[in-house]
Design a protein around this ligand. Structure first.
Ligand code: ISL
Length: 537
């Protein structure tokens, strides 16, 4: 691993992490599906962007009913992505470039094709029967009235055992029983396998769902979605926290490994809940995602309040991370309300993401402003889209192939892509954005570089300057005697901000101006949608 010249540098705190949805990144063998050799082929691109780590959505063996989140063997790579040798090569080549690799670990459930489940369902007497959550039926129906978050009952009847098994997600994703000690140690062995192979950490899928109440009692019926709010309380129990602590203890035995938890929350966006997983500092998971910001409309005050609230919940020993999008959410650029000025807003949001305190996560394609695609009903692959269409058209819209060029299939594959390429790749693609010095790509690249070059930006404290304004957010990042001002104009009109001192400083970056020494009289006029970063004298 490339040594970093900054001794304070802790990669998972100070670096930038890039999420790859492997099926859609780059296809090296023309079968229409992205793969690990494809990621290796694009490492230079990632290095050029300046990111420090990649998180791979699952590449394990899987029937792909939930596109890898239904794991049938934790130790094998699904042939569609390549081989274990390919993964080792990826680790080796990525590490040479100073890029770490984080695997997605799905621990709440496996695929129903996993050999553990096959054994578990083979008979009630099988030693692995208790590795999953089995119950007898009641009154000829399921054991209780819980619903799967992905539709229908949470219980599936199994004729062989004459019992029902619990599945929080698809019926092909049976939940593991974390109350069973042998199961727990079996999962940890899988984690150790990957750590010993050299991966740098884990993103933990729905990790807070592993702890469930012991007695799985029915829930008083509530109308529609409200039912899930009640059911949710039955999850998120101490076992989830224990898992986090145990994992951290394991990771602490290695150098420089990390973990980031996906905390599924209801209501969506619950920073207190998320932050509670960081409570024990060095004894709990390193990072956890809070998705509150995705539920905020385009308004500086709302963004400010959201981040302020998130920070206020982070325990003293914890560290925040920030994210605009992922494979389950619609792409951020299409959320910035009002159809106009999307790209300008995406730049403001990117500056926010990359100058906040906390580890930034970028979702592949975000750096070129990839949009949600319109996918015809017949082309939908996501089980949620299939099930809930037309009310919810699924997550495929944000999972379309990376747009490398304006050529056939956006340069992603020479075959037929597994999901249609967004037709806007003629206009939105990597090559075009690299050629244009004012593009979103260059905006991301520059901000990542500036973030890395300035300790205040990657490890400094966050001190808000303009708090409650609907159009502007401004804050300082401070580390020892380095003080950096970040000012963002969320609006399409010029706006003024007042500084507390004489406003002397050097411009580090602006989306709108190049003069390096600026202003007088303690004020700055921010141009429409300007991102402005200045190092104070
Ligand atoms: O995708 C969602 C709703 O559209 C989320 O609520 C999601 O179900 C939740 O965040 C848990 O997600 C994770 O586990 C799922 C998988 O489908 C998701 O892709 C994964 O991120 C089940 O493994």
């Amino acid at each position: 691993m490339e040594p970093h010249d900054n001794s304070d540098w802790i990669w998972w705190k100070h670096g930038v992490i890039y999420q790859i949805y492997p099926m859609s990144f780059f296809d090296s063998n023309d079968d229409g599906v992205g793969d690990i050799p494809g990621i290796i082929a694009k490492l230079d691109y990632l290095h050029g962007l300046g990111i420090d780590a990649i998180w791979l959505s699952p590449v394990y063996k899987s029937p792909m009913l939930d596109f890898g989140y239904d794991v049938s063997d934790y130790r094998q790579i699904d042939p569609v992505f390549g081989t274990l040798e390919d993964l080792k090569l990826l680790l080796e080549k990525a590490h040479l470039l100073g890029i770490r690799v984080i695997m997605d670990m799905v621990i709440n459930h496996t695929s129903d094709n996993h050999r553990w489940f096959l054994e578990s369902r083979s008979s009630k007497d099988n030693p692995k029967h208790d590795w999953y959550i089995w119950r007898d039926g009641r009154y000829g129906g399921p054991p209780n009235n819980w619903k799967s978050f992905y539709g229908g009952s949470s219980w599936e009847y199994d004729g062989g055992t004459n019992q029902f098994y619990l599945h929080t997600f698809l019926k092909q994703q049976p939940d593991l029983n974390w109350r069973n000690k042998e199961l727990r140690s079996a999962v940890f062995k899988e984690l150790v396998f990957w750590l010993d192979l050299g991966v740098d950490g884990f993103r933990l899928d729905a990790m807070n769902m592993v702890g469930k109440q012991k007695r799985l009692k029915s829930i008083p019926d509530l109308f529609g979605f409200l039912f899930f709010f009640r059911q949710y309380r039955k999850y998120n129990q101490p076992a989830s926290y224990k898992f986090g602590r145990k994992l951290r203890n394991l990771l602490n035995n290695y150098d420089d490994k990390m973990s980031v938890g996906e905390i599924f929350t209801l209501p969506p966006g619950d920073p207190s809940r998320v932050a509670s997983y960081l409570e024990d500092g060095d004894n709990s998971i390193h990072l956890a995602f809070d998705f509150s910001i995705i539920f905020r409309s385009w308004n500086a005050r709302k963004y400010y309040r959201c981040i302020e609230r998130w920070y206020s919940k982070i325990p003293e020993k914890g560290w925040p991370c920030n994210v605009l999008s992922n494979h389950d959410l619609l792409r951020s650029i299409d959320r910035f309300r009002l159809r106009r000025n999307k790209e300008a807003k995406a730049k403001v949001a990117a500056t926010f993401l990359l100058t906040l305190k906390g580890t930034p996560f970028i979702y592949y394609g975000e750096e070129i402003g990839m949009r949600n695609a319109n996918i015809k009903r017949g082309d939908i692959r996501d089980p949620l889209g299939k099930r809930f269409w037309p009310f919810f058209k699924g997550r495929d819209r944000a999972r379309t192939p990376m747009q490398w060029s304006d050529g056939p299939e956006a340069g992603f594959t020479r075959g037929k892509p597994w999901l249609p390429v967004n037709h806007n790749h003629k206009i939105i693609n990597v090559i075009k954005q690299k050629e244009d010095s004012t593009s979103l790509y260059h905006h991301y690249e520059t901000l990542i570089r500036i973030r890395k070059e300035h300790k205040a930006l990657h490890l400094g404290e966050w001190m808000p300057l303009v708090k409650g304004d609907h159009n502007i957010i401004a804050y300082y990042r401070i580390f020892m005697d380095e003080k950096i001002l970040v000012a963002l104009n969320f609006s399409n009109k010029p706006r003024m901000i007042h500084l507390e001192n004489d406003g002397k400083g050097t411009l580090l970056y602006s989306t709108h101006r190049v003069i390096r020494k600026i202003f007088k009289n303690n004020k700055i006029i921010l141009l429409p949608f300007e991102s402005f970063i200045m190092k104070m004298a």
